[in-house]
Design a binder for this molecule. Structure first.
Ligand code: SF4
Length: 354
């Protein structure tokens, strides 16, 4: 039977033995803690670590981050995906720098009032930086609590937020809320993992509802994600002299603020099969007459949470300046390198400037 009072000390004991030594666990600086939390949302520790170091090095304080241009921030974020996180990070940094004189609020309620900071991040900063007794609730915590206590509420529903928050709040100890919160997240990350929980060596095996009923793989309950949308991109890679034509992506679609090539999006049925079909498109015809057109044989696939992008790249060479739309410009290899780009574009660009 699960013992709520004994849980925190036993979990903390497990954490002291098995927890990983991560750089953001050695600081009480709310800026660094916030940075690590934003980077690690939807990102594994190993992938996020170099980004954390790069951000801390380039922007040692929240005011340094606030003073950067969006382009610099996106460029440093490049490869981490979910770029709205980077834009929100930047916006929140500006608010902290301008409205709060570069000092983060020192409690949960104040942090939560910050635009761009949700309950999870506010709880993480409040507890790790200021030792406040608040519970963090991320995917790891949902999983651990659902399994230990046999909670069957669908974690994708708003009802689950309230229910899990209530349970989680009763378990956080007053004396070491920060260590406890680190411990429960770490426990979910390395012991009670989604696919292969290590129940055999788990200190809570005897009292775990999921383990005792063989339901580790059924808990937590999570309703299926929405359908994945397939999109078909035909990129027009315009070369003239030592430049390649690129543009910034607009608001309201994926990769907002990043740079890619001029693009024609098609449905699968209407995909462009030949150079003549491509050159017949008004947007491509308006560029002028290229000296050569070739289709890259390889199709690049890029999977996002709710979208699957299949991209083809057409190379168009011009010996007269192409007539580019106002938002499109020619960039040299060095300039293009410095632009923030989706990974897909970054990869292809390496084949453009060889
Ligand atoms: S016994 Fe298994 S399912 Fe239960 S908490 Fe431990 S690792 Fe998770």
């Amino acid at each position: 039977m699960f013992n709520p009072t004994a849980f925190a000390p036993r979990l903390i004991e497990w954490y002291r033995r098995h927890g990983r030594d991560l750089p953001w666990r050695h600081t009480r600086d709310p800026y660094r803690i916030w940075l690590s939390e934003v980077i690690l949302q939807q990102t594994r520790v190993r992938q996020g670590m170099p980004y954390y170091h790069a951000f801390v090095e380039k922007f040692p304080t929240v005011s340094d981050l606030a003073a950067a241009s969006e382009q610099e921030v996106l460029r440093l974020w490049q490869g981490l995906g979910y770029y709205s996180r980077a834009r929100n990070l930047h916006e929140t940094a500006r608010i902290v720098a301008q409205t709060y004189n570069g000092v983060f609020p020192d409690n949960y309620a104040g942090l939560l009032a910050l635009k761009g900071v949700g309950p999870y991040t506010a709880a993480a900063i409040a507890s790790f930086a200021f030792g406040e007794q608040v519970a963090v609730l991320d995917g790891n915590v949902y999983r651990v609590l659902a399994r230990l206590l046999g909670i069957e509420t669908d974690i994708a529903t708003p009802k689950a937020k309230t229910e899990f928050a209530r349970v989680a709040a009763t378990l956080v100890p007053a004396d070491e809320p920060d260590t406890y919160n680190q411990a429960i997240m770490e426990f979910g990350a390395i012991q009670c993992t989604p696919v292969a929980p290590d129940c055999l060596l788990c200190p809570f095996q005897a009292e775990c509802a999921a383990c005792n009923t063989g339901r580790q793989h059924e808990l937590p309950v999570k309703s299926k994600k929405g359908l994945v949308k397939n999109r078909f991109f035909h990129y027009i890679v315009v070369r003239f002299g030592d430049g390649v034509a690129m543009k910034q992506r607009p608001a309201g679609d994926i990769w907002q603020g990043l740079y890619d090539f001029p693009l024609v999006e098609q449905t699968a049925q209407e995909s462009i099969a030949s150079p003549d079909e491509l050159l017949g498109l008004p947007a491509v015809a308006a560029l002028g007459t290229p000296t050569s057109v070739s289709l890259e044989p390889e199709a690049y696939t890029h999977i996002l949470t709710h979208q699957r992008i299949e991209a083809r790249f057409w190379r168009l060479e011009y010996n007269m300046p192409p007539v580019l739309p106002p938002a499109v410009q020619l960039y040299t290899a060095a300039q293009a390198h410095d632009l923030p780009k989706p990974v897909l574009i970054d990869k292809f660009l390496k084949t453009v400037f060889v």
